[in-house]
Write a protein that binds this ligand. Structure first.
Ligand SMILES: Cc1cc2nc3c(=O)[nH]c(=O)nc-3n(C[C@H](O)[C@H](O)[C@H](O)COP(=O)(O)OP(=O)(O)OC[C@H]3O[C@@H](n4cnc5c(N)ncnc54)[C@H](O)[C@@H]3O)c2cc1C
Length: 606
């Protein structure tokens, strides 16, 4: 591995998809995926690996160093090398891999799509923001209530790499509190056509030169709309006007007036977008007035899972880099030779402390991959068409979303930090990619709803939904996996450790439910972030156990050589996780139940 390269963990990606989840077998019965088979999925994955390692990875550092430039007309220039990379990505069909073929997509299962995104994000996260948001905007436009003429025209162009897309919620006074949005939209004599004014901030890709037109998905308030999120409507605001044939006209007055200088993702333009500041900004209403938040949530839910995929991609890239470096870097001697005058020098992967770091990274990355792919797999299973099954599956996706977005992004940041540590001083300098991974990874805890807000959403909404119904469904599935693992005698200790943590999680959930029911909402919400950490730690433990069970079965079936080593690695993951990480979950549970509220004392931070 060179100093700047990305290495996809295709062995593990294929293990999760085809050995652990058996996605190809499960999806063979789903009408939408009947024309695909394992060979086709593998071909897509191999192609995504080649593209990520050979085309996208080389633009990552350049994008970070060059950043983007804004001229006086609101035009942004991205690094030169981004253009060829964007063209190659569009030609590969990966922008719309899982969107239906009728919209210009490939119609692939979400779980395969997500695996490709793991690789493209891991190779070049900032670059991948442009196609990522474009895809999410295009997907939003495929819903039946989107304006039909825009849908038919724009979606294939977006998926084909001709047009881009953005999501525009944030304003200077309305970050977390989206309901404080002030951008205004006034109806015109033309049905569904509005004139917008206002200013959006922090908009990713609000201008760029990789595409010929951009469609902004904008939240704004119509005259007389009720306050808060209930009064928001969704508008499609083009950069250039276009007619029904797709011919571009004059520039719309939606222009970038500033860009942010950031600690990471420097190749991704983060923009202030002025609407109607010097002329007329035309927007097309999507859905009805005041339905904006409900519509935007479709995009946000997808984007939150997208952040989890970014988290996995970066964490895997950081781990692979740290592993390659540790195998190569010679420093010091083995601890048992410390007293000798000239002991043989060893590579740092021989030092126990470095091995502990590598192991922690490995078991967390592998478990995150399992979790995130399993969430995508549930989406695919909803295509079976049974409504009650669909509701059940979507409920579990809903419950896991804060863990995928928030817990995994926190874990990813910590994995990237550990990778820097494994490199020592060389991790802190620009020669190797891990310092960029660490800087790039911080944003994941902030955008798409900060992790603190995700934690409150988990505790305040998802845990309470249907009187705890989602949590109970998850618990049933967790218990089934524990039973399956118990059947493998060698996993008895791991099962017992995880069961203790599961019980603590349940008790803590009940405890916090009581705190809230007694009217102490501040006391309950104070524990939202630790609770999410507790829940996330147990969830990843369960995925680690699932993988160890599958590995045991493969070894029992006679796997040897590199395969045998791979499966033994999975078993070691689970053992390490249950003995070193799961005890932290138990400690968090105890701390939450102690109910300390000292930081809420009057006057402390006022
Ligand atoms: C690089 C980058 C790219 C972005 N891309 C986009 C984009 O494409 N589109 C878009 O619309 N936005 C985008 N954003 C905006 C991003 O989503 C917001 O920054 C984020 O929602 C937080 O809003 P804020 O920055 O105003 O922080 P604030 O809302 O001011 O929050 C500050 C802190 O207070 C906490 N907090 C706030 N309210 C509460 C509460 N009620 N209870 C508990 N804690 C609270 C938060 O968790 C946070 O820790 C981007 C931001 C960045 C930095």
């Amino acid at each position: 591995m060179s100093a700047t390269s990305y290495k996809a963990d295709l062995r593990d990606i294929k293990f999760v998809l085809f050995e652990q989840m058996k996605a190809h077998e499960q999806l063979a019965d789903v009408p939408r995926y009947k024309d695909f088979d394992r060979d086709m999925y593998e071909a897509v994955l191999d192609m995504a690996r080649d593209l990520s390692e050979n085309v996208l990875s080389p633009v990552n550092k350049v994008g970070d160093r060059e950043g983007v430039k804004l001229d006086g007309e609101g035009n942004i220039t991205t690094p030169d090398c981004f253009k060829g990379a964007y063209k190659a990505l569009a030609e590969s069909g990966l922008i719309g891999a899982s969107l239906a073929q009728e919209h210009g997509g490939q119609g692939l299962p979400h779980v395969v799509d997500i695996a490709t995104h793991e690789m493209t994000s891991g190779a070049a996260m900032a670059f991948n923001m442009y196609p990522g948001l474009t895809r999410a905007a295009a997907n939003l436009l495929t819903w039946p209530d989107a304006p039909a003429w825009i849908q038919a025209l724009a979606v294939p162009k977006m998926l084909g790499g001709e047009w881009g897309g953005t999501m525009c919620l944030t304003e200077a006074g309305a970050g977390t509190s989206v309901g404080d949005n002030r951008a205004a939209a006034v109806p015109t004599a033309d049905d569904g056509v509005y004139h917008l004014t206002g200013e959006k901030v922090f908009i990713s890709g609000a201008d760029q030169d990789l595409v010929s037109n951009i469609l902004h998905m904008v939240l704004a308030r119509t005259p007389g709309a009720p306050p808060g999120t209930k009064g928001l409507s969704m508008f499609i605001v083009p950069k250039f006007h276009f007619d029904a044939a797709g011919t571009l006209g004059a520039r719309n007055d939606a222009k970038v007036v500033g860009i942010e200088h950031k600690m990471g993702i420097n190749g991704s333009a983060t923009c202030t977008l002025a609407l109607g500041a010097t002329g007329t900004c035309v927007g097309y209403l999507y859905g009805g007035e005041h339905q904006g938040m409900e519509i935007m949530f479709r995009m946000m839910n997808e984007a939150r899972i997208g952040v989890g995929i970014q988290a996995l991609g970066l964490a895997s890239a950081a781990y692979q880099n740290a592993l390659a470096y540790a195998k190569d870097r010679v420093q010091g001697s083995a601890v048992e030779h410390f007293r000798e005058t000239d002991p043989p020098r060893v590579t740092i992967n021989k030092h126990p402390d470095v091995r502990r770091n590598l192991m922690l990274m490995k078991c967390q990355v592998d478990a995150m991959r399992s979790l995130i792919y399993s969430v995508a797999n549930r989406f695919d299973k909803t295509e079976h068409g049974d409504e009650s099954e669909k509701e059940y599956l979507l409920g579990l996706v809903e419950l896991m979303t804060p863990i995928v977005k928030a817990y995994c992004s926190d874990v990813s940041f910590s994995v990237c930090s550990t990778a820097v540590q494994v490199f020592g001083g060389y991790g802190y300098i620009g020669e190797y990619p891990v310092e960029q991974h660490l800087r790039d990874s911080k944003i994941m805890a902030i955008y798409e709803g900060t992790n603190g807000i995700q934690a409150m959403d988990m505790l305040g909404r998802k845990m309470r939904k249907g009187q705890g119904m989602l949590f109970m469904s998850w618990l049933d599935e967790a218990n089934m996996e524990l039973e399956r693992a118990r059947a493998i005698g060698e996993l008895a200790e791991e099962v017992a450790g995880l069961e203790r943590a599961r019980d603590q999680l349940g008790q803590t959930a009940m405890h916090l439910g009581m705190v809230g029911a007694q009217g102490n909402l501040r006391g309950a919400m104070l524990q939202a972030t630790p609770f999410l950490e507790l829940f996330g730690t147990v969830v990843l433990g369960l995925h680690s156990l699932w993988q160890a069970r599958v590995a045991h079965e493969a070894l029992r079936d006679g796997a040897t050589g590199d395969d045998g080593k791979f499966y033994r690695g999975k078993i070691a993951n689970a053992r390490f996780y249950m003995k070193n990480v799961i005890p932290r979950a138990t400690a968090i549970a105890k701390a939450i139940q102690m109910g300390d509220e000292s930081c809420l004392e009057d006057g402390l931070f006022d």
